[in-house]
Design a binder for this molecule. Sequence first.
Ligand SMILES: Cc1ncc(C[n+]2csc(CCOP(=O)(O)OP(=O)(O)O)c2C)c(N)n1
Ligand SMILES: [Mg+2]
Length: 339
Amino acid sequence: MYEAMVTARQYEERLQEEYLEGKQPAFDISAGPIPGELHLAAGHEASGAGVCQHLRDDDTVTAPHRPHHIAVAKGVDLKRMTAEIFGRETGLSKGKGGHMHLFDPDVNFACSGIIAEGCPPAVGAGLAAKKRNTDSVAVAFLGEGAIDQGAFLESLNLAAVQNLPVVFVVEDNDWAISMPKDRVTDVENGARRADGFDMPGTRVDADDAVAVYEAAREAIGRARDWNGPSLLEVQVHRRMGHFMGDPEAYRSDEDKAAAERRDSIDRLESDLQAHGVDDETIEDLRSSARERVEEAIEWAKEQPEPEPADAHEDVFTNPPSGVTDNEPNVAKTETGGDD
Ligand SMILES: Cc1ncc(C[n+]2csc(CCOP(=O)(O)OP(=O)(O)O)c2C)c(N)n1
Ligand SMILES: [Mg+2]
């Protein structure tokens, strides 16, 4: 877990440097090697690491717009992920998805910039596991800002009524962009949403990777044994702005300082030291993470840009037979309508 967490943190520190290149002095979001938005997950690492420790490559994970710590913990190829973030031809989606739309079929990982979007596909993966009679599971990660979305609530219901092997993991960082949780959500403890669907709901209150690991072991074990879905909420902290360039004028200094104080990596490091892991081992893990990150960034920077002529490739699936280039690509009903 420590390895995954420090890799994710160091990875994001390097992305942050690369992202700022060319965007100054006036912040130009489209300039530099990483054009567009960048949502960093520093402070969320305990949730990705604690949960994904229990997962295999054939288990599915869907993540939200703040995906890097989860992708690293799930084992997404770091080089191809970096090339994707840099918009390069050899990226996971040939540079067309960017940092919010990472897809790695080798480890069944996907993420999306649409809030709660990952929930229905995770239920679909759970349904596929049921139909295929395998023991793989699906995990949908989402932010606390998404727990009032219809897609989330409908997914909880379908997973419960069909007894599907799905675990929903809410990362509660207290903020949805500039909106504090208590202004928009009726429950302080989001795990209580589970009550309405008669499934277990657990909240891990501290930024504690070991506590997440234990709660996730229970939830994922339950799903794998065909005992149904569960909901897990994890308290995390957003150490950065909502996205790079966010001046965070809405946030108090005290709130930011609290996020710094409650760092899950420091906490796990102290736990490891208390259990006799020596400083040299910790430094070795940190330096091998740094090397892996540097290698991925250097490799990605050398990769070719996509050809402009390929912009329309791989965007839509091939049209079904009978639909020609001149016809709109719409679903046909048996009566011939196009609704
Ligand atoms: C359906 C939908 N509505 C609104 C947005 C705009 N939006 C992007 S991030 C965000 C807040 C997300 O907050 P949360 O789910 O708590 O995740 P966090 O950013 O805190 O990790 C919103 C509203 C969106 N992407 N998708
Ligand atoms: Mg949030």
